[in-house]
Design a protein around this ligand. Sequence first.
Ligand code: ATP
Length: 407
Amino acid sequence: MNSLDDRGGHRVSLVGAGKRYGAVRALAGVDLEVEAGRFLVLLGPSGSGKTTLVRALAGIERLDEGELRIGDRLVSAPRTHVPPEQRDLAMVFQDYALWPHLSALGNVGYALKRRKLAADQSRARAMEALERVGLAGLAERYPHELSGGQQQRVALARAIVAQPGLLLFDEPLSNLDTDLRERLRVEISTLTRQSGATAVYITHDQAEAFALADMIGVLDQGRLVQLADPETLYHRPATPFVAGFTGLSGELTGTVVGREPDDFYVVEVRDWRVQARSAHALKAGDAVRVLIRPAAPAFDESADAADAADAAASSVGSLSGSVSGTVIDVAYRGRGYDHVIACGDRHLTSVFSARPWARGTHARLSLDPTGCIAFPLNDAAQISYDDEVTTVTAGQESAAINQGVTE
Ligand SMILES: Nc1ncnc2c1ncn2[C@@H]1O[C@H](COP(=O)(O)OP(=O)(O)OP(=O)(O)O)[C@@H](O)[C@H]1O
């Protein structure tokens, strides 16, 4: 085994976490449990409390309420606050937060300061960490001589070098371009899992969250609205907000006309029938919104005449719902084409087909019921997006956290 490999992660347990900034309630009643060695992604729009939560885990921010345990240790409670450098964790920041006056090797080695290692041992460990992130050849370069992606790799090496039991990531990819994001995402995933550390990673990008996570927690206005594995979150979102924030093709409104096994309902939408799953106890006549995942709609190639298919609109008890509409946009995506379809006054986006369907074509779409989720129309929890942009810079805080972790 390599010296940087699995040393074991910490269980993280947060109960009743609350934090206010004046009148703003940044966190409210957050309960969170992350098993040792698991990769948790916290997902939420700007201002939902992600940064506050991860900074509270790090110990940069003090909670007003609640208790936090890292491993067996109580690190935060109303009368307890263990400082960041004693929590056995490391953090990777959005803006890299490297020391400008230290080389890449110096930055990584800095994280071993608290270890009582001989200089050559410390150097060997730091070089090994730089090798892991593919930067051994640039060890003597200073941050201003490195690209953004290279700087973030140095920050990643610095985070893993002292083998902390908890790794925290605060939107580490958001300053990088798309291609690099994807490559670095894979490296973060691989290195973190090799290290055996527990990881908490925040992002507002749902694709990134699904690609990385064992578990995803969705935050909305300071509350943790769902904590589940990616598959559950996708197929059984707890609220319309969660569904909206984790990827939708569109939404249709209709009326429940029947019930099927396994929480599925038949919903009449205009003169179509669709099937949708719901965690709510719905009854015939209830008005519902049907939220449609991008994977659910597919062009019905068999309907040579969409009109004929319309006439035979799927009936209660059929295996799959279907709707029809007009293609209003088509975009080439390399592996095929994404379409926008106008279905009555609603649009379904990202409707995929290997071949392009021309604008203006009348098309019939089948809807996979497992990608359709129904919520009562009058449900208080509406989809909402908060556009307020809040940037919390890492600043000097990284020094306290990344200067070394306790044994
Ligand atoms: N130091 C602060 N002083 C006052 N209000 C703050 C402070 N830090 C955060 N807030 C507020 O707390 C709420 C949660 O902010 P937070 O930064 O945790 O959200 P976020 O989900 O990380 O957002 P973003 O994705 O934009 O970073 C926001 O309303 C924000 O304006």
